[in-house]
Design a protein around this ligand. Structure first.
Ligand SMILES: NC(=O)c1ccc[n+]([C@@H]2O[C@H](COP(=O)([O-])OP(=O)(O)OC[C@H]3O[C@@H](n4cnc5c(N)ncnc54)[C@H](OP(=O)(O)O)[C@@H]3O)[C@@H](O)[C@H]2O)c1
Length: 496
């Protein structure tokens, strides 16, 4: 059960109400919030799209979406109660009359006055839609009694100029405090736990720096390829825009940023921006490249990326990236930060591994036996792992003496797993983020300067990838192309 109930009456307008994201994520999240009494007593959900539904048939779509995707049990009375808050507004985003119709509903008091516009629409429609909302008088002034908030989905631009342009359009009509750029990774419980783990304990923070940390690895591996209709979108987007510039950079920021002076949005975002401004692709010798890109080939029963539906058969789009990054600041200078992510990899996992330096004195490296002191090879450096998904938890690898008459040291793992400790289903990222947007808490959303700083880092890497020509091919079910190993000076990824 959630402990928070939104007080303000609100109208939640979903632009793109008939789309995939709405069905799979937004409606199930809203339904769970409703079931857990987190939504205000007075709320309305308005679905906006072109498809020819009325409120009744829209409710049937909602029910179907919930039956397929909701983690909360779908029972008749609850669905009925949920549907009593729903309505459908049929319209085209380019049609001023559609916005006027919506505005009329607010003016007549048919809908609660506070409004959250969720733009679950293609990125190229966002600017125009905000412009039209503004022209129709649907955006209230910042900090006024009746509030307006706009949630914008990723991807936020394609590069720095387009992100700046989109920020410009949004900020022409909205104040930064009214804009919620969503990166759903930040809604994951384990991602938020990085901050509490680092800053609510005195034990770890003193060793999070270049004196003690050897390197950091951030992995977001997926086993899926281009299921459904994703091919066309992904072929245009590629791994750097789909995963690195947003999700991986956000994880990197949380694990390396300085302690904020408070938990309010501006303090946390200020620290993240400082990291992004100091972040860059590592400078390495020519025979040790800092970036490697791959594209999956065909496998046992799976198609090569180029043979996927709606993908260009000559596509050079990378579906895998391995990067060696560095943060040019006092705390992290000289510490390599390895990022890797891709489709059709060996297993589905997202984790951050912080590997500490080996102890300065190799006390336990001798193999000779003397009396009962013997053979103590295999001491591994301490590693702290934040497992984001699956099996969410935090693990610390330490060396310990194996019970025996001899001094044999081996690596053991100290575990903290969410399922072991709390035995409850973790909230979905969208549940947390929608709730935060409704509460007006933007800490877990990306600010305009933050998003621009992300693109400023990735743009030269994108240019480098384009200049390097074809990505290397890799086998589905592998850890990417063998060439990716060359960006590492140690075989840090080989121990899996
Ligand atoms: N799907 C995901 O898993 C996912 C994940 C992360 C981010 N996103 C982002 O979320 C957004 C939506 O993605 P999606 O996958 O849900 O897309 P989608 O399935 O293609 O849905 C697009 C929606 O926009 C509506 N639409 C398009 N043109 C319109 C127009 N001229 N007037 C009114 N409505 C219009 C469509 O409804 P009608 O055709 O009925 O008009 C449909 O409801 C995109 O920005 C995407 O990048 C999606």
């Amino acid at each position: 059960m959630l402990e928070v109930r939104i007080a303000d009456p609100v109208t939640f307008v979903i632009f793109g109400a008939s789309g995939d994201l709405t069905r799979r994520k937004l409606l199930p999240a809203l339904y769970t919030l409703f079931a857990e009494s987190a939504l205000p007593e007075k709320f309305a959900i308005v679905g906006f799209a072109r498809r020819d539904y009325d409120s009744h048939s829209f409710c049937a779509l909602v029910e179907d979406a919930l039956r397929n995707h909701s983690r909360t049990a779908v029972d008749e009375p609850l669905i009925k109660a949920f549907c009593s808050h729903l309505s459908y507004h049929c319209g085209d985003l380019s049609d001023a009359a559609a916005y006027a119709g919506l505005q009329a509903r607010f003016e007549t008091g048919d809908l609660p006055a506070n409004r959250l516009f969720y733009l679950s629409i293609a990125p190229d429609l966002i600017g125009r839609t905000v412009d039209s909302l503004s022209r129709a008088g649907l955006i209230t002034a910042p900090h006024s009694k009746v509030w307006t908030r706009v949630v914008v989905e990723k991807p936020f631009g394609r590069d720095l100029p387009s992100a700046k342009n989109l920020n410009g359009v949004l900020l022409d009509h909205l104040d930064e405090t009214q804009i919620y750029r969503i990166d759903h990774y930040l809604g994951k419980e384990t991602v938020q736990n990085i901050l509490s783990f680092r800053f609510a304990n005195t034990l770890f923070e003193p060793v999070f720096n270049r004196t003690y940390v050897d390197h950091i690895q951030i992995t977001a591996a997926e086993t899926v390829g281009m299921e459904g209709e994703r091919g066309a979108f992904y072929d245009q987007t590629g791994v750097l825009r789909d995963m690195v510039v947003n999700h991986l950079f956000q994880l990197l920021c949380l694990v390396t940023m300085e302690p904020p002076d408070g938990l309010e949005a501006s303090s946390v975002r200020n620290e993240k921006v400082k990291i992004l401004r100091a972040l860059r692709l590592a400078e390495t010798a020519e025979h040790h490249p800092a970036a490697c890109f791959g594209q999956y080939g065909d496998g046992d029963g799976t198609k090569a990326f180029r043979a996927e539906k709606r993908v260009d058969p000559q596509s050079k789009t990378a579906t895998f990236a391995a990067l060696r990054m560095e943060i040019n600041n006092w705390r992290w200078a000289g510490v390599p930060i390895y990022l890797r992510t891709g489709k059709r990899l060996a297993k589905k996992t997202t984790e951050i591994a912080i590997q500490f330096k080996t102890p300065p004195l190799a006390l336990f490296q001798h193999v000779a036996c003397q009396g009962d002191v013997c053979d103590v090879t295999g001491v591994k450096p301490n590693t702290l792992i934040f497992r984001i998904q699956p099996d969410e938890g935090i693990f610390l690898q330490v060396s310990a003496k194996r019970p025996s008459m001899q001094m044999v040291v081996e690596s053991v793992r100290m575990d903290f797993s969410y399922s072991g400790k709390w035995n409850r289903v973790l909230p979905e990222a969208y549940e947390r983020l929608l709730l935060d947007a409704l509460r007006g808490d933007s800490t877990l959303f990306t600010r305009s300067d933050e998003v621009e700083a992300e693109w400023a880092v990735i743009d030269p890497i994108l240019a480098g990838a384009a200049a390097s020509g074809e990505p290397f091919s890799y086998d589905p079910g592998s850890w990417g192309p063998p060439e990716a190993d060359a960006i590492l000076f140690s075989n840090v990824w080989k121990n899996e």
